[in-house]
Design a protein. Structure first.
Length: 559
């Protein structure tokens, strides 16, 4: 038994190691190579060219402001929402659940595009409406700016920050705050001296994860930053490899190494903070009940603020895309606009061979990739949860490593690898890249499911003469169906909307939905973009609803 487990563990270490370490090694080697056609001809020239580029300083400054600004804003908003939801009597608390889940169904690319449609300085719907209403000479807002990028990225990262902070806030024993008030401390002093210090690990974890996500973000910088000539590292790399006549993958790899090292370091700091949070447990008995703070006259105004945030995050982005898909060109909603509505953009998209090819490729990658990814995740999760050896620890670290990979950076690493193989410019390259990048999203729910399965069940099957494979197929897997379904749906929805890796690896014939939508954005084809975007949202939403339905069915069956 132990021998077979060891063989399985080391086999998985080899597979996952290839998926995660290979692109990093190739990225490092590529950064010292003359070019894709001169791989192995080592030189330091690419580092010299990359880090002496006069434009790099402005890019780094923009990146720091963008990353820190969006992370701080997302963390503050998440802290505010978590406090209202867990500690106060604000009405309709179910709205917070919607805030934390529904935005995840909207791909970042489409969310960014919707804000460009609303607040671009030329003909943004909201800007035009305000100009006409207030008789202004110029648009009051410019979404193609660093401030606009920070706002949109913060709204995108808010749900994840909320999901980290809210549980910590809910498990905080308010007796500590009450003791502070008994000794005469004011509310703000209690908040600063008691509440925030105890919640510090969760707050810092949310902030650091926001930094990692915004550092890897490509959708917001490409849609909102590039038109306004506000470049950050992600778009700086994109311009090196995708724009112009002389792409320079070596120079991109040299810059990418710095981004990768920063991201990996931040992820391990994040893990340290989440582990440290165990030291701040303040609930010690089952009788704990969090007290509810009466908001009094502030109850309705605060609820209005939350409702407005919901409007910004959920209703407005989807509504503006749906509206734009029916009007002939960007128009402020009016009787004339509604009279001009038609299905032309929908017909154009459904008759467009490239759009249909992108839809077919995305569905194929989502279904096939999620199936292979979950199959690998089952075995990886089994080893990391049930096999406690040094090798399983290595496997867990390798699996978690890919969580820190910025898509466009690791895409460059994969490019250096695939160009040396027959896989270059094929869907197989995208499939391998997707699974390598999103493997943690499959392993996490599977690991949680394995924790619930007692090892005695497996041991009893083996004692009765069943093989390990039979035990896994007949005993373990049936008990893991809810976790398998959740992992499959999560990976499939990620593959449907994937952009950052795709812009590097996609080639003619292997276009996917996100890449096609980005092309429509670059060409200003907002109607066709919106129609194709709504199709993407419908597919993603259907997957999430299906996952929820299946989970409820299995939960009901267990009861």
């Amino acid at each position: 038994m132990e021998k077979s487990r060891a063989q399985l563990t080391w086999s998985l270490v080899a597979i996952v190691g290839f998926l995660t370490v290979c692109p990093v090694v190739m990225l490092a080697l590529g950064s010292f190579s003359q070019g894709l056609t001169a791989f192995g001809d080592l030189t330091f020239d690419k580092y010299v060219q990359a880090y002496t580029d006069p434009a790099l300083l402005d890019v780094i400054v923009n990146t720091v402001i963008f990353v820190l600004g969006s992370s701080v804003l997302a963390t503050v908003l998440a802290l505010f929402l978590a406090y209202l939801n867990t500690r106060t009597n604000i009405p309709f608390k179910g709205l917070f659940t919607v805030l934390s889940i529904v935005p995840m169904m909207i791909p970042h690319l489409l969310f960014s595009v919707s804000w460009a449609l609303l607040l671009n300085p030329t003909n943004g719907m909201l800007n035009t409406l305000l100009k006409n209403a207030l008789a202004l000479d110029a648009a009051p807002f410019n979404i193609y700016s660093l401030e606009g990028m920070i706002l949109v990225e913060a709204l995108l990262d808010l749900p994840v920050a909320y999901l980290i902070i809210a549980p910590a806030m809910a498990s905080f024993d308010v007796a500590l705050e009450e003791s502070s008030r008994v000794f005469g401390a004011a509310t703000w002093r209690t908040l600063l001296r008691v509440t925030l210090p105890v919640l510090r690990p969760a707050i810092l974890a949310a902030f650091i994860l926001g930094v990692v996500r915004s550092l890897a973000s490509f959708a917001v910088p490409s849609v909102l930053g590039m038109p306004g000539r506000v470049n950050v590292l992600a778009t700086h790399l994109y311009e090196m490899i995708s724009l112009g006549f002389a792409t320079d993958y070596g120079k991109a790899a040299a810059v990418g190494m710095s981004v990768l090292v920063t991201s990996v370091t931040l992820i391990y700091v994040y893990r340290a903070f989440t582990a440290e949070s165990e030291k701040y447990v303040t609930i010690s008995s089952r009788g704990y009940r969090p007290s509810v703070i009466e908001l009094g006259g502030a109850r309705l105004p605060l609820f209005a603020a939350v409702a407005f945030l919901s409007l910004l995050m959920i209703v407005l982005p989807v509504a503006v895309l749906l509206y734009t898909s029916f009007v002939p060109y960007t128009m402020v909603p009016s009787a004339r606009a509604f009279a001009a509505m038609s299905l032309k953009h929908w017909h154009d998209v459904l008759d467009d061979p490239l759009s249909l090819l992108a839809l077919k490729n995305s569905l194929l990658l989502a279904i096939g990739g999620a199936t292979l990814g979950v199959l690998l995740s089952v075995f990886v999760a089994y080893v990391t949860v049930k096999v406690r050896t040094r090798a399983s620890g290595i496997l867990e670290s390798l699996t978690f490593l890919s969580f820190s990979f910025p898509g466009i950076v690791i895409g460059v690493g994969f490019m250096w690898f695939f160009v040396q193989t027959p896989l270059y410019a094929t869907l197989w390259a995208l499939l391998i890249g997707y699974i390598a990048t999103y493997l943690p999203y499959g392993v996490r729910p599977m690991a949680s499911a394995f924790v619930q399965v007692h090892s005695h069940l497996e041991e009893s099957s083996l004692v009765c003469g069943a093989s390990h494979l039979t035990t896994m197929r007949r005993i373990i897997v049936p008990l893991l169906v809810p976790g398998i379904v959740s992992a499959w749906i999560l990976m499939a929805s990620m593959f449907i909307r994937e952009l950052t890796l795709s812009v590097v690896l996609s080639r003619p014939g292997t276009e996917v939905l996100a890449v096609q939508i980005l092309k429509f954005s670059d060409d200003g084809l907002w109607g066709k973009l919106s129609a194709l975007g709504i199709i993407m949202i419908v597919i993603s939403t259907t997957l999430v609803i299906a996952a929820t339905f299946v989970g409820m069915r299995f939960k009901a069956a267990d009861n």
